[in-house]
Structure formats: structure tokens, C-alpha cells
Design a protein around this ligand. Sequence first.
Ligand code: NDP
Length: 272
Amino acid sequence: MSAISATTRLYALLGDPVSRSGSPAIQNAAFRAAGVDAVYVALRCSTEDAPGLLRAVARAGGGGNVTVPHKGLAATTIEEPTPAVVRTGACNTFWLEAGRIRGDNTDVTGFVTAAARLVGSLAGTRVLLLGAGGAARAVVAALLDAPAERILLLNRSRVRAEALLADFGAAPDRLELADAVEGTFDLVVNATTIGSRAGDPSPLDPTTLAGAGAVLDLAYTAGETALVRAARALGIPAADGQEMLLAQAAAAFERWFDLPAPADVMRGALIQ
Ligand code: NDP
């Protein structure tokens, strides 16, 4: 980032909470490295204020990201959704293009990139997915596109899981609701919020991980999450949500500036 001047464009993360987000550090480092005249800030905002802020920031020539709990609201605020937004009902990246507010859900491509580092292609995989919130929807969209062979969905609230199943309308042998873990999986994905706070337990009894090909925890916190620790103790390749965070951030940067994202600089900023 060069010095802030009258031409500097504003990029903002809209959500609540936002104070622990790694995005400002990652994106400002990327802006500096790429020499773009922009600054990235995190704005904690209410459901009432988020749509107005999104429109104002975009119309002023900037853009940004959206996080919990406003991704669904953002999907209905933007004017030009990508297919990923339509499919998931969630928008995490917005910008102005040809006078219209465009939005994407880069969590979908972020998940694919992070999962590929663990299992290569997702095509034909059997996946156990924990959670049925916004992140789980991005994972399901990516897995159905791959296409994965079978997705077993486990969620605390059955109603929410059933709503996800209904919205995606996939064949029951491809996307199925479970009450307990049965079978073996090429990939186990945690898309619940368990793991996002230091000291959180594993969202899954570690003994049920035996035989899993790999584990991807979308949650991340300082140090390893309990799920990642448990998987590695069993010799199972595992990663936490930092890989996906970096991949979705790189995809967002490329939507905004139509430039290749400086991936190494972004990784370095997150590690710091
Ligand atoms: P949502 O609030 O939409 O969904 C939360 C999910 O967690 C629901 O399935 C919910 O179950 C479950 N859950 C919450 N508390 C508990 C609990 N005590 N026991 C069991 N299940 C619980 O959040 P998101 O889907 O947006 O985010 C989920 C996680 O993914 C977060 O940790 C987030 O930080 C992470 N994430 C990471 C990204 C990355 O780039 N690494 C990108 C996006 C998300 P129920 O339906 O029963 O309430």
C-alpha cells in the first residue's frame, strides 16, 4: 500500500465479530506487494447497517469481504451474483464492475484449493461433512461439482441439515443425512464453529477418524485445532482453516484487481 491519498480505494470486511480476522493483514500485505492504491479495514456492523455499508463501499469504487453473520444478507444485496452465490445463498466477496455491484462466494474455490492440497482431486471421493451452516453450503457446492461420490452430512440441528439437503436437491445416494458416523471416508471436513476458539474440543470423537484418508478443519485458531491434532496423532494428513482462508483471500484479490494474487506474501502475512 502506498501512502493513503485522495485516490486510495477502500476495501472492507463486514461482519460481527471481525476483530480476530486475519483478512486485513493478508490483504494489506497483498495490496502493498502488488502496488495497488487501496486499503483494507475490518468493520464490525449490524444486520441493519451491513447492506448500506456494502453498497456505499462498492459504489465508492472499492469492495470487500463479508463474514458471519452477513453472508446471506450480502447475497441478496449485491446486484450481479456469480453462480457460486446463487448455489450457496451466500456472498463473501463484493466489488463494483461496470457500475453494478458484483458478488462471489470464494469460499467454494477456497475449499477446493485447500482440499486439493490434502487429497488431490475431489472427484469420486467419499466425504464426511460436519456442519450445515454457510461454510458447509460452500463445501457441498464444491463437492457436488467435483463430483464427489458420496457426502455424509452430520449436524447438531437436524432441521438446518434438512434445509441444506432440500436446497441442493442432490440425489440421496450422493448427499445424505446421518445421525452417526458409519463407514470410511477419503476426507473428513469440519464446517462447524467448534475449533475456532482456543481450547475448543474436537467436534468428533477422535476414534471415529481411524481409516480416514485426510482431515480438513475449516476452523482455525492460534496453534492447531483439537481435530487436526487428533488426526495427526493417528498419522492422518490434516490441515486447519488457514489454507482455505488464504485461498479464498487470493481469489477475492483476483476478483477485485484482475491481477494474480501475491500468494507467498499473503501466506507470510498470515503466519506473522
Ligand atoms: P454458521 O454459523 O453458518 O454455521 C455454524 C455451524 O456450526 C452449524 O452447522 C452449527 O450447527 C454448528 N455448531 C455451532 N456450535 C456448535 C456446537 N456447540 N456443537 C455442534 N455444532 C455446532 O457458520 P459458518 O458456516 O459460516 O462457519 C463455520 C466455521 O467455518 C467457522 O469456524 C468459520 O470460521 C469457518 N470458516 C472458515 C473459512 C476459512 O476460510 N477457513 C471460511 C468460512 C468459514 P447448528 O446448525 O446445529 O447450529
